[in-house]
Design a protein around this ligand. Structure first.
Ligand code: FAD
Length: 381
């Protein structure tokens, strides 16, 4: 994010996280987790120990109570080498806010301290095989039976849901089928609940965090696991998505900046025809355009973040930030692939990971088309 728009406290905080990440989470480690499709439990634990997972959790619950900008700066530094790696921290950090904002006193007592100590992780499961962009088509049914809900259905692309001690914030239908936006509820489902099984999906990106298809057959959870009131799911999930989208947009911009930095470093070093390739005008102009695109995306992310932090309406600005940052990541990583030539094909250079993750970014957390539709709606169209 632009230094000129950050306070001295934010600048100092960014330096602290950057130093931490360089020491504790080096890029080689990020690369290894992607290659092996391994969830980085050690890195997660280090961030828990630093007390940073509860960045947005109020002090009264034992959290760090930092502001939104500080939280996003943390994601930027932890996710600069990989969007996927950044989501390891972002997903639980934004999911826990559903409990902070809307949980009952019992849920807050049961989950918040455990989360801050790393004993519980959270994930989000909205998508289904037949309900992707059309969230209101969710059909996984939760039927009240005494003081329990009995859940049946099928969920798709639930990132991190397979990880140890994961509690899934799941969007289910508690009202009659076909009610669309009404009759949805957000409910906490432990990933080891009897009747719940999962298949890890062999996706192009999101390899360290991992993403899953979930099958629910007569899964029983206490009725008190509903977050907020039954039937309030649509409102809660829209609020959730705003924080999710600004979080991932920050990761896309951070990763896009790293793609440019890597391409510049390569262009300065790689010599062909007796000169560094960065001295050829066509390469210089490509890099200049890449940096301009990243700065534009970053400015949109920062604007949306400032509006959200100030409590201003920001649906249009968040969608613009998410749309632009994801497409910029894919674009600059694609240019980076060309600048690196054959070397880009190798995972050691990281560029192919940025590119894969750029493609995924244009679909996850709302596709580019859906964000264009949100922006158009906000424009009165
Ligand atoms: C790696 C990965 C991780 C994910 N993690 C999670 C997660 O943790 N939790 C979760 O709940 N979900 C997750 N998702 C799901 C993600 O949110 C959905 O993939 C996304 O919302 C799109 O849904 P879909 O894939 O079913 O595509 P569809 O909705 O079927 O869309 C297919 C195409 O049609 C376009 N389209 C659809 N409707 C319209 C329209 N009205 N106008 C114009 N174009 C349209 C889309 O833009 C897209 O190009 C993840 C996805 C991926 C790829």
């Amino acid at each position: 994010m632009d230094d000129a728009l950050l306070s001295s406290d934010h600048l100092e905080w960014r330096r602290v996280v950057r130093d931490f990440a360089a020491k504790e989470i080096p890029r080689e480690y990020v690369r290894t987790c992607d290659g092996a499709r391994e969830y980085p439990y050690e890195a997660y634990e280090k961030v828990v120990q630093a007390g940073w997972l509860g960045m947005l959790v109020p002090e009264s619950f034992g959290g760090a109570d930092f502001d939104l900008i500080a939280y996003l700066l943390m994601l930027w530094e932890l996710g600069r080498f990989s969007v996927d790696f950044g989501t390891v921290f972002a997903i639980p950090a934004f999911c826990v806010m559903n409990i902070v904002r809307h949980g009952t006193a019992d849920q807050q007592e049961q989950y918040l301290q455990a989360f801050l100590e790393g004993r519980v992780r959270f994930s989000i499961s909205i998508t289904e095989p037949e309900a992707g962009s059309d969230v209101a088509a969710v059909s996984t049914q939760a039927v009240l039976d005494g003081d329990e809900y009995v859940i049946n259905g099928n969920k798709m692309y639930a990132s991190a849901a397979h990880t140890k001690n994961n509690v899934i914030c799941m969007l289910v239908r508690t009202g009659p089928a076909g009610e669309r936006h009404r009759g949805l509820s957000l409910i906490l489902v432990p990933n080891d609940a009897p009747g719940l099984t999962m298949d890890r999906l062999p996706t192009v990106a999101r390899r360290a965090t991992g993403t899953n298809q979930i099958y629910l057959q007569d899964v029983r959870v206490p009725a008190r696991n509903v977050i907020g009131a039954a039937g309030d799911g649509w409102r809660l999930i829209m609020e959730h998505l705003e924080l999710e989208r600004i979080s991932v947009a920050t990761l896309y911009a951070a990763n896009a900046q790293q793609a440019v930095d890597d391409a510049v470093a390569f262009a300065k070093e790689r010599v062909q025809f007796g000169k560094p390739i960065g001295s050829f005008q066509v390469i210089k102009h490509t890099l200049a355009q890449m940096q301009t695109d990243v700065d534009a995306a970053t400015a949109l992310v920062q604007r949306a973040a400032i509006r959200l932090a100030a409590g201003l309406p920001a649906a249009k600005e968040v969608s613009m930030a998410k749309l632009c940052a994801s497409e910029t990541l894919y674009k600059v990583a694609g240019e980076g692939m060309q600048i690196l030539g054959g070397a880009a094909q190798l995972p050691d250079m990281d560029m192919e990971r940025y590119w894969r993750e750029g493609k995924q970014s244009m679909v996850g957390a709302g596709s580019s088309q859906i964000h264009r539709s949100i922006i158009a709606k906000e424009m009165g169209l």
